[in-house]
Write a new protein. Structure first.
Length: 241
């Protein structure tokens, strides 16, 4: 590359000055076309990366063939590169109900989709032409510490988790108790069915399961059913041995 650069022909690319006659022509000059392609580098439709060398140059404001002075001048702030697909999309699906574009003086194009969403595309040649972008301003000093802000966010998140932990534990206890109660009712009802199957209407005389003579229990629980409260927790939790 160094050897090629020593003997290469250097052609600076700058934004040309467009005369009034050139601005009223539909076809841009070679210098203007070179500037637009080097400025954009790729197609200016959102998300398209086709290189500008194979793109069409399109007027952001349509060129008025009948009277060019009424709008659509061939000037740097009204031209952009579009691949053939997106050029046709803008031409045939534009207007109030379609895709609409607006070019800003720095080359930024603001697109509005048919659904109303807004997209912004900037020229990829910003690194080649620093005059296109605004000068960087001095950073504003922060009065707050990022470490302290992060510590506050972490403490706030942990506080919410700490508050939610007993609520989640009580919900799990109730759900487990409801499931256990339904299983016990089904088991007791099955025992009553077996008693009727083997003994008919004769009641059981077993002292160990007097509940088997009770009526059948519903196997569903009402929404407001609550299990008995848990036993009080004591600090003296000695093992039973």
């Amino acid at each position: 590359m160094r050897q090629l650069a020593d003997t290469a022909t250097i052609r600076p690319v700058e934004c040309p000055t467009v005369s009034e006659d050139e601005a009223l022509r539909y076809q841009p000059s070679a210098a203007l076309e070179r500037w637009i392609r080097c400025r954009d580098m790729t197609c200016r439709f959102p998300g398209c990366d086709r290189k500008a060398a194979i793109c069409d140059l399109d007027h952001t404001t349509p060129f008025n063939q009948a009277d060019p002075s009424l709008g659509g001048l061939t000037v740097p702030w009204d031209l952009a590169c579009y691949c053939r697909e997106h050029h046709r999309l803008k031409t045939f699906h534009g207007g109030l109900g379609g895709w609409r574009d607006e070019q800003l003086p720095d080359g930024t194009i603001v697109w509005t989709s048919p659904t109303g969403r807004v997209y912004k595309t900037t020229p990829d040649g910003y690194d080649l032409f620093p005059q296109l972008r605004e000068a960087c301003r001095a950073p504003t000093p922060r009065k707050r510490s990022r470490c302290k802000e992060q510590a506050k966010r972490v403490a706030r998140a942990r506080g919410k988790v700490r508050e939610q932990r007993p609520v989640n534990a009580e919900t799990r206890r109730i759900n487990h108790a409801r499931k256990r109660e339904i299983e016990l009712r089904r088991w007791r009802n099955q025992s009553r069915r077996m008693l009727i199957l083997f003994k008919g209407k004769q009641e059981s005389t077993s002292p160990w399961c007097t509940w088997v003579n009770d009526p059948f229990e519903p196997e569903t629980l009402p929404p407001d059913w609550q299990p008995p409260p848990p036993p009080p927790h004591t600090l003296d939790d000695d093992p039973p041995f």
